[in-house]
Each structure stands twice: as structure tokens, then as C-alpha cells.
Design a protein around this ligand. Structure first.
Ligand SMILES: *Cc1c(COP(=O)(O)O)cnc(C)c1O
Length: 223
């Protein structure tokens, strides 16, 4: 067995119970994905709509595809038939588009709301206060074809672990604030998606229950 399968098995053994592993396979081949699949991995994360669609067409049907990148509204239709969770809802407009397209195809789509706490200003998402205001404005009838299942966020890309921990704490706190509004269904609003290859251990410390790990599993990729 190869390296990819070994890493998948090691991660499955070491992640605490209740923590889901998203194997981030963006820019990696179908062959690499199959190696992870054969080691038992079923959730894969992609960040480009066309790439997700093409991979979903050729890889095993029981794979759960998660979309984790910035999603343009005109690409919603491309991923909708294939995706099981969209992590990166970063605007009201995107949520509305997902809802409209899901309604047209008679589906319900699970999504996470993206929280922006990191220092970089290039990252997408709602600030914690914006997100609280946005969710406060929702009614049971708005967006009836999307199910808001939690939050997703990224920490600042830095070696400063105190800063990273502060970011993860802020994402977790945002989840708790949204939950306390009593607007979202507590049975489905359960996911805190945070932590990547370099920082997932810190994310787990702050309540992550879904980690998105790419390069540790598949090696580095070309951007
Ligand atoms: C690429 C990516 C990851 C995985 O990053 P690694 O450092 O390779 O583990 C996780 N989350 C998002 C949103 C990404 O774009």
C-alpha cells in the first residue's frame, strides 16, 4: 500500500471520535483520490466547480464531494448535482442562488456559512457580527431549499500559534452565537469546519469537528 493510503489510515486512527475528515483533493489526480478511497476515505474536498464536476463523473458514486473554495454564483448549477456539502457560503447572494437552483431541481442542499476572522484581507466570508446579523434576519421560509449545517473558517496563515488559536476560538464562538439565536435547527446546525494540514491540531483544541486536510495526504500541489 502506498503513502496516501497509509496517511489516510493514520488520520482515521488519530482523529477524535466525531471529527470528520475531508480529504482535500483539489489539483490531485483521480488515481491519488482512488488510493485514499481504497483506504476507506469517502469525503473529498474540491475548490473549483469544473474540477469537482469532472471528478464526480468518473470516480465512485458513493464519494461525498464537498465544495470548499470561493463559489461564483454562475457555477452553482455546475456543482449542484454532485455536491453533498458546500462549506464556503460567503454572501447572501450566493445563498439565495443556491436556494433558487436547489428549488428548481427539487433538492435540499447542505451548506456552511463562511466566517472571516483571519488577518489576510483576500479571504472571503462574513465577519462574526455580519453573520449574526444575517442569520437574525432569516425566517423559516427564507431559503427553504438550503439547510444551514454550521460554519467554516480559516485561521491566519502565520507561524504565530497564539494568533491561530485566537482565530479558531473566534470561529467557534461565532458558531455558539449563531446557535444561541435559536433560529437554525439545532439538529442540523452542528458542524464547525476548521483546520488544515498545518493547523488542524489547534483547530481540534477549539472545537472543530470537521478538518480539511490536503497536502499532508496528497503532497504539495502547484498553484
Ligand atoms: C486547500 C484548502 C485546504 C487544504 O489545505 P492543506 O494545507 O493542503 O491541508 C483546506 N481548506 C481550504 C478552504 C482550502 O482551500
Amino acid at each position: 500500500m502506498g503513502q496516501i493510503g497509509d496517511t489516510i489510515r493514520a488520520l482515521h486512527n488519530s482523529l477524535p471520535n466525531g471529527v470528520e475528515l475531508v480529504a482535500v483533493s483539489k489539483f490531485h489526480s483521480a488515481e491519488a483520490i482512488l488510493e485514499a478511497y481504497n483506504a476507506g476515505q469517502r469525503i473529498f474536498g474540491e475548490s473549483r466547480a469544473n474540477e469537482l464536476k469532472d471528478k464526480a463523473a468518473t470516480l465512485p458514486a458513493d464519494i461525498k464531494w464537498h465544495f470548499i473554495g470561493h463559489l461564483q454564483t454562475n457555477k452553482v448549477k455546475t456543482i449542484l448535482p454532485h455536491v453533498s456539502l458546500i462549506h464556503s457560503v460567503d454572501s447572501e447572494r450566493l445563498l439565495t442562488t443556491i436556494n433558487t437552483e436547489a428549488h428548481k431541481s427539487g433538492r435540499h442542499i447542505d451548506v456552511l456559512l463562511q466566517v472571516h476572522v483571519a488577518e489576510e484581507d483576500t479571504k472571503f466570508g462574513f465577519t462574526p457580527d455580519e453573520l449574526v446579523a444575517f442569520v437574525s434576519s432569516l425566517t423559516p421560509d427564507s431559503h427553504s431549499n438550503v439547510r444551514i449545517c454550521g460554519v467554516m473558517g480559516m485561521a491566519t496563515n502565520t507561524d504565530d500559534t497564539a494568533r491561530i488559536e485566537r482565530d479558531f476560538y473566534a470561529i467557534s464562538q461565532t458558531f455558539q452565537r449563531l446557535k444561541a439565536l435559536n433560529i437554525l435547527n439545532p439538529d442540523s446546525f452542528t458542524i464547525i469546519s476548521m483546520g488544515m494540514s498545518d493547523d488542524y491540531l489547534l483547530a481540534l483544541k477549539h472545537g472543530s469537528n470537521m478538518v480539511r486536510i490536503g497536502s499532508t495526504i496528497f503532497g504539495s500541489r502547484e498553484y
